[in-house]
Design a protein around this ligand. Structure first.
Ligand code: FDA
Length: 306
């Protein structure tokens, strides 16, 4: 892991930095490259624009680690409102949520109750809810709660697995057995060597191995990466093994590699864009800076231009 990545992922959890960045109107404006806005209406407008370009979506109300039951219930209610709005506007998008936002750290029964209400709403509209994957202290609990919810809601709910974790190979096999819908990503958190590959080359190799398993035997996997070499590999693998483009989709983050998102759509591949919005954008924004040092120069350059 590079020093830069480590620094930004550490700052993502730093309160003083949080106050500086969030309290500063300049940085708030610059986040707009990665965050669709602070309100649901702004996010819905961004989604409508993506849909007109043939790109599906997944709306994410930013927020993690709530501290009270009331906050967890409010976040769940907000997701129900989002699903109502998606239905009312006829948009082609599902939602992604974090279980710590639904109260996982407070009480697992509360978390299940709140998330189940969101899933009831999704089922009513024939929509879908993806459980994002957070840092490794939450992996086992997320998998356990996912299995409880999957037993009740089937493929109305899906999970995310991270290729940087050593354990993910087993998780992939378990999800294949369940016939569950998996989004495969590399992983965005600061993790110790005891649980995650420290070298990016190993993460990339593991991603390719797990991706091939999911493409060949998984249920409608989401190949979530902006890595062009891996995307090329996926296309080649699918051509060679005759896996039709309808059996999977590519997924990318809002504001990243828009050129590649559009060219894959032009070639007939399914593309889903993860669109985050809301006021709690700080940790998400810092993880995006950590992924690519060039983003920091982009932000500084724009800050200096103003
Ligand atoms: P990699 O980091 O190797 O980047 C490959 C190339 O992509 C770079 O060279 C650059 O061109 C471009 N790129 C990547 N990140 C960029 C950035 N921030 N800004 C500009 N360009 C960038 N993680 C997690 O832990 N839990 C989760 O639930 C999710 N969910 C999720 C959903 C979706 C739809 C995506 C695409 C990603 C996630 N992630 C995630 C994040 C994921 O784990 C990972 O951190 C990022 O996708 C970056 O990794 P890449 O696979 O793009 O490769």
């Amino acid at each position: 892991m590079t020093l830069m990545r480590k620094t930004f992922l550490t700052l993502a959890e730093n309160n003083a930095m949080y106050r500086f960045v969030v309290g500063n109107s300049l940085t708030r404006n610059l986040t707009r490259r990665f965050v669709a806005g602070e309100s649901l209406d702004e996010a819905l407008d961004a989604m409508a624009a993506l849909n007109t370009r043939g790109i599906r979506g997944s709306l994410d109300l930013l927020g993690e680690n709530v501290h009270t039951e009331a906050e967890a219930r409010a976040a769940g209610a907000e997701y129900e409102r989002i699903l109502d709005a998606i239905h009312a506007k006829g948009l082609n998008t599902n939602v992604s949520l974090k279980l710590t936002q639904m109260g996982m750290d407070l009480d697992e029964n509360l978390c299940i109750e709140v998330t189940a209400k969101v899933l009831d709403k999704a089922q009513q509209y024939n929509n879908f809810v993806r459980l994002d994957m957070e840092g490794s202290p939450y992996t086992q609990r997320t998998v356990d709660l996912f299995k409880i919810l999957h037993a009740r809601y089937g493929n109305t709910v899906g999970i995310v697995l991270q290729a940087y974790l050593y354990r993910t190979e087993q998780d992939v096999e378990e999800m294949i057995k369940l016939g569950a819908r998996v989004r495969l990503c590399k992983g965005a958190y600061l993790e110790p060597e005891s649980v995650a590959f420290p070298d990016k080359a190993d993460v990339d190799r593991n991603y390719i191995r797990l991706m091939e398993r999911l493409l060949a035997s998984g249920y409608f996997p989401g190949i979530a990466t902006h890595d062009e070499a891996i995307i090329q590999h996926a296309r080649r693998f699918c051509q060679e093994t005759q896996i039709a483009p309808e059996r999977f989709e590519f997924q990318m983050l809002y504001g990243i590699r828009r050129d590649l998102q559009e060219s894959l759509v032009q070639e007939g591949y399914g593309m889903r864009c993860y669109v985050p919005f809301g006021t709690q954008w700080y940790p998400y924004f810092m993880r995006r800076l950590a992924e690519r040092p060039a983003n920091v120069w982009f932000i500084l350059h724009n800050a200096l231009k103003r």
